[in-house]
Design a protein around this ligand. Structure first.
Ligand SMILES: [Fe+2]
Ligand SMILES: [Fe+2]
Length: 307
């Protein structure tokens, strides 16, 4: 297993190549061009928000989608801490540092766009949102992977999870402007996940044992960022019940395509005893997670089928 400085130096040219690919693929966009300002109005100090104040172009949103918008925005608001974690892992030199700063700049526009949309449309209670933001950012709770290898794995899984959460939320919004904001943000998350996913794939080549151990650890302990949001568990339950993000989505749309297909953990070669043992545990966990996903899907289908 390689230590962090050795792994960073082994992967420096990969980071450079992936950074160049990212810069060539990502397109400039402007958060303000996605905000329907025409629907906004001046605030009245102390005014109590009500659901009927919202202007969603004739659409409505339910409680689960409102929870999801709140959680997704507040998750983006916690960026200072993600920056700290990733910069501590990657450092600020060369391609690593350039990536961390560029990635941070892109992440910064996500909260701008979603916040702008929510304020112009009054889709959620602005006092509640701001109090939750203050509470969360003051707490500073954030996932902090213990090793560089775990960081690669976590970032790849988390960026994809965030992409899916934004996309699914957007799809459940009848308002085309809301859909557009969430898709635009999800587009960035997609490019981020490709960077981290392929970085991890290159790390597997140079440090197979370290990476399989990290995969096992991260698949076992993965949690979305956002646990510091007041009421996170209740929001997460509503989001799961609505099918926006639950263990079946997590298994089928994140773990299977990334861990099994792209990283092809079953066929990684050159493992020592530690890596082999970790892989065995990981495969058992994947089988368990598949069972949970299947059960959830069956339950959902049963609920949807009229008796
Ligand atoms: Fe983001
Ligand atoms: Fe991202």
């Amino acid at each position: 297993m390689l230590d962090a400085p050795a792994l960073l130096s082994e992967l420096e040219s990969t980071a450079e190549r992936l950074l160049e690919r990212h810069l060539a693929t990502s397109k400039e966009w402007f958060p303000h061009e996605h905000v329907p300002y025409g629907r906004g109005r001046d605030p009245v100090e102390g005014e109590v928000w009500s659901e009927d104040d919202a202007d969603l172009a004739g659409a409505t949103i339910d409680d689960a989608v409102r929870s999801s918008l709140l959680v997704n925005l507040l998750t983006e608001d916690n960026l200072p801490y993600y920056f700290r974690t990733v910069e501590q892992m990657f450092g600020d030199d060369g391609a690593w540092g350039t990536w961390v700063r560029r990635w941070t700049a892109e992440e910064g526009r996500h909260s701008m766009a979603i916040y702008g949309y929510l304020m112009a449309t009054r889709a959620i209670d602005p006092h509640h949102l701001e109090r939750c933001r203050m509470a969360q950012v003051s707490l500073g709770e954030t996932p902090s992977p213990e090793t560089l290898q775990q960081g690669f794995v976590y970032l790849a899984l988390q960026e994809l999870a965030t992409r899916i959460a934004h996309r699914s939320t957007g799809r459940m919004m009848g308002d085309p402007a809301g859909y557009d904001v969430m898709m635009r943000v999800a587009g960035d998350e997609n490019l981020h996940q490709l960077f981290y996913r392929d970085l991890a794939a290159a790390a597997i080549e140079v440090d197979p044992d370290g990476m399989v151990v990290a995969m096992e650890e991260q698949v076992r302990t993965f949690t979305m960022p956002g646990t510091g949001i007041p009421g996170f568990t209740e929001h997460a339950k509503k989001i799961a019940a609505a099918g926006i993000y639950d263990l079946s989505v997590h298994h089928e749309q994140i773990l299977v395509p990334v861990v099994l297909r792209t990283w092809d953990v079953e066929n990684i070669e050159g493992l020592g005893q530690t890596g082999e043992e970790a892989r065995e545990r990981l495969m058992k966990r994947m089988a368990k997670s598949e069972k949970v996903a299947r059960r959830l899907n069956e339950r959902r289908e049963a609920n949807l089928t009229p008796a």
